[in-house]
Design a protein. Structure first.
Length: 383
């Protein structure tokens, strides 16, 4: 009987201790939230494990109301798991990885207040020449330019009242040479860069006049990167970086990569760091010192002088690759497309039905109508 009483006392003591311990743990959780959760409303932690910061970050968005919180949860979930439907490739080597916009928000900050990049935040520059106004530039103004009239500026070397009217006054005569020399190319790029700095926009995206730009997908791409950080987005035209003698240190070699001049984007944060080297015409001086064209000079400034890397975006397509290999169902995911004529006379264009080869030898009109079949301007092209 005594043995049974002792066992009963032990069991009762254990049960009371368990209840007290459980009550203490519950009280601690109620004070500190959810014990420093890994994410607050879908955002990566910025609290460094401090429970007080967790409580503050949870409380902050309450002023936005329940509707704002619900939008925040939906948008953040979509951004983290869909990646905003842009390139999966990020920085090369040990550089910064690609970061989603939601990871850069302050604790509890709603996406609606985060200043999500839209088309009005992008300075789109197109480099052209007078001899291409009637052919290449006319195609651009009839297709993708329709979706970005106010954001696109054309940099040329000839006055053209008719084309200036067609572009809504967005044709700038750089007074650079009309030749295709490195001096002329660097001259136009220098004017483009200075014009972008004056625009105070978040992004500069440069394209050649033989490039089709998928504007909606371009915007989605840039929404995945912070314009205040250092981003150089593009696609290399060579399988290996440039290796050359350092013009400032004879006998020393330097190595740097660059994005093809057909299409690339630069963030505002990086452009401001480039300004002492590229602004005010200094880009031309570096080009002359290196004896390289404008796209190589941009790569030299970014990768060698500023020690930043090119972030490769595979959806930046140009005529340097076999465009016929792109399937029609893949077109909607591409950011840029182009065209060219091969040495054997065949056209390097996308394979898509639409206009005849005589009506549309570049396939620009066919691409545009394939991507935007209900767009009224596309209907005009087909009539």
């Amino acid at each position: 009987m005594r043995v049974s009483i002792r066992r009963a006392v032990k069991v009762a003591a254990f049960f009371v201790a368990f209840l007290l311990l459980n009550a203490l743990i519950g009280e601690k959780l109620s004070l500190f939230g959810e014990s420093a959760p890994e994410k607050v409303l879908g955002h990566p932690r910025h609290d460094n494990g401090d429970p007080k910061q967790v409580v503050a970050s949870v409380a902050q968005p309450s002023a936005a109301g329940s509707d704002g919180l619900e939008r925040l949860r939906r948008n953040t979930h979509a951004n983290e798991h869909k990646g905003l439907e842009v390139s999966e490739s990020g920085r090369k080597g040990p550089g910064k990885p690609k970061e989603n916009l939601s990871s850069k928000l302050a604790p509890g900050q709603p996406l609606s207040h985060a200043g999500l990049t839209d088309i009005s935040d992008i300075f789109i520059s197109v480099k052209t020449s007078g001899k291409f106004h009637a052919s290449r530039l006319k195609l651009v103004t009839e297709t993708w330019f329709i979706l970005a009239r106010e954001q696109t500026t054309f940099f040329t070397d000839t006055d053209d009242a008719e084309m200036n009217e067609a572009t809504g006054g967005h044709l700038i005569n750089t007074n650079c040479s009309s030749s295709h020399t490195r001096q002329s190319l660097c001259c136009k790029m220098s004017v483009e860069f200075d014009a972008y700095l004056e625009s105070r926009k978040r992004w500069m995206c440069h394209f050649d006049d033989d490039i089709y730009v998928n504007i909606p997908v371009l915007v989605k791409l840039l929404q995945n990167y912070q314009h205040t950080e250092d981003w150089y987005l593009g696609k290399p035209s060579m399988r290996h970086p440039i290796e050359m003698e350092d013009p400032s240190n004879r006998g020393m070699k330097i190595v740097f990569g660059f994005a093809t001049g057909s299409a690339f984007c630069i963030s505002r944060g990086l452009a401001l760091k480039m300004m002492p080297h590229a602004g005010g015409g200094r880009l031309m001086a570096i080009g002359e010192k290196l004896r390289l064209p404008d796209d190589c000079v941009i790569g030299y400034i970014v990768e060698h002088l500023l020690n930043e890397e090119l972030t490769v975006i595979k959806e930046f397509r140009s005529h340097l690759e076999a465009l016929v290999l792109i399937k029609p169902y893949q077109l909607k995911k591409q950011i840029t497309l182009s065209y060219s004529r091969r040495a054997d006379g065949r056209q390097n264009v996308v394979n898509i039905e639409g206009f005849t080869a005589e009506e549309d030898p570049t396939r620009f009109k066919s691409i545009h109508c394939h991507l935007f079949p209900t767009f009224r301007e596309c209907r005009k092209l087909q009539s």
